[in-house]
Design a protein around this ligand. Sequence first.
Ligand SMILES: Nc1ncnc2c1ncn2[C@@H]1O[C@H](COP(=O)(O)OP(=O)(O)OP(=O)(O)O)[C@@H](O)[C@H]1O
Length: 304
Amino acid sequence: MLKVENVSFGYSKTKILKAIDFSVEAGENLAIIGESGSGKSTLLKLIYGEYDLKQGHIFWKDEEILGPKHNLVVGYDFMKYVTQEFDLMPFITVEENIGKYLSRFYPEEKQKRTEELIKVVELEAFAKTKVKLLSGGQKQRVAIARALAKQPEILLLDEPFSHIDNFKKQSLRRSVFKYLKENNIACVVATHDKNDVLGFADQLLVIHQSEIIAKDTPQHIYNHPKLPLIASFFSEFNVIEPYGIVYANQVKIVNQSDLKAVVKTSYFNGNSWLIEAEYNSESIFIEHSSNVNIGKIIFIKVSK
Ligand SMILES: Nc1ncnc2c1ncn2[C@@H]1O[C@H](COP(=O)(O)OP(=O)(O)OP(=O)(O)O)[C@@H](O)[C@H]1O
């Protein structure tokens, strides 16, 4: 189990993280969200042992994670970290990059394992391609496969699918997270993408102003967002009194009600339209099955 106990940290006197406390079981998937600059990557780096802690402790099982003051080489064998920079070897192929850390003494095993991982990240067509010739998204996939090569017990992922195109993203996400679950690998994912969280994370942490402001299942946090900031991560939302935070899909257009609004704009959204309307002199957003003409007077109902 990963245990982060009362960790506070700042690069200078200003604290980036304050009293951070959480744990992750073997095989569990924990997602961390927060605005840009809120300290997500910093927290991953602390878990990896990149910095010395002045306050708090981090453990994997019974071993305390210690920083560079205590370790000549940063990092531990049981933990891998895929940063936003990937850190690959450009002049060798995809399979050579992945196989780099696997034992040369068992060439058949090595080949089999490399092929298995190339399949997990769906890069079969590029196995023999030099990494310098790959796109950003392809490099990101190699970095994930390489981190998995030596079967870590815990994997730290910093925006793991941010460079992957939308055609591939969903299937890749399913493939990687399924592999982690099947192999009981704990994972901590820092992300800006709700699709990395919903459907995959067992727990979600929200960091805001240096502190954890929510820690629960994604379902609970989605259904009970404490702050507009949290709701905004998931979807378009409104603050409508007396209902509080209301997602756009919880506002319905009905034939008659006491809540009257005027349509300002409609945005095509694929399987629905996002209608922006003026209600009580403010903009509200409504998810609706069809387009609605600008200027039309509508009646709305909130169903939470
Ligand atoms: N090596 C460093 N030295 C000094 N300050 C740093 C360093 N790395 C990050 N920071 C600062 O720490 C804060 C948190 O940065 P961090 O990268 O952890 O945020 P983040 O939540 O991961 O952001 P993003 O979502 O944009 O990746 C920022 O204000 C950043 O400028």
